[in-house]
Design a protein around this ligand. Structure first.
Ligand SMILES: [Mg+2]
Ligand SMILES: [Zn+2]
Length: 188
């Protein structure tokens, strides 16, 4: 079983825009391609795991989310970088689209998405890394036995200023580029 890097999407790989519902608001950070390519070269599978409750809330469809992911993949490919797989949770208990309006085990910090990826791709979560801009991402890392890196992009700076409970990160860094460096260094 392989180690992997699980990346939150919004605020980590792309700019946080609060429920991305139009392709014209999709923006990679300037360092995203280089950071992911470095992880690729380090031999680490890179897997996006993202809560997309906008589907349950009726803001956009699963088809749109798939389209966003194809577009991210295409933009990364131009710089020689690759995301190996995308997993998203479409649910929310307060959603207004009936088929998605429920509690589930895949909404982070639940570990359902990581477990699904681990089965599909033969990954070992306990030897892996989670990078996110919310404490819920770090809680997920804890739950999975992985190491958790909080980035200050997206919601990260605000999250850092209101640290809660025992959601201590293994590292808090400026952005995905610094997270990738931290991860690759920790493998040596
Ligand atoms: Mg996020
Ligand atoms: Zn879910």
């Amino acid at each position: 079983m392989r180690r992997a890097v699980f990346l939150d999407r919004d605020g980590v790989v792309i700019e946080e825009v609060s429920y991305l519902s139009s392709m014209k608001h999709l923006a990679l950070f300037p360092w995203t391609t280089d950071a992911i390519r470095a992880l690729n070269r380090g031999g680490l599978p890179v897997v996006v795991i993202t809560n997309q409750s906008g589907i349950a809330r009726g803001f956009f469809t699963e088809a749109f989310v798939d389209e966003v992911h194809r577009e991210i993949t295409a933009r990364l490919a131009m710089g020689g970088a690759r995301i190996d797989a995308y997993y998203y949770c479409p649910h929310h208990p307060d959603g207004r689209v009936a088929e998605y309006a429920r509690s589930c085990d895949c909404r982070k910090p639940g570990r359902g998405l990581i477990d699904r990826a681990a089965r599909d791709l033969n990954l070992d979560p306990a030897r892996s890394f989670v990078v996110g801009d919310k404490w819920s991402d770090i809680e997920l890392a804890r739950a999975a036995g992985a190491r958790g890196v909080l980035v200050r992009t997206g919601h990260g700076a605000v999250e850092q200023s209101r640290r809660t409970g025992d959601a201590a990160a293994d590292a808090i860094v400026d952005n995905l580029a610094a997270a990738a460096s931290w991860i690759l260094k920790s493998l040596i």
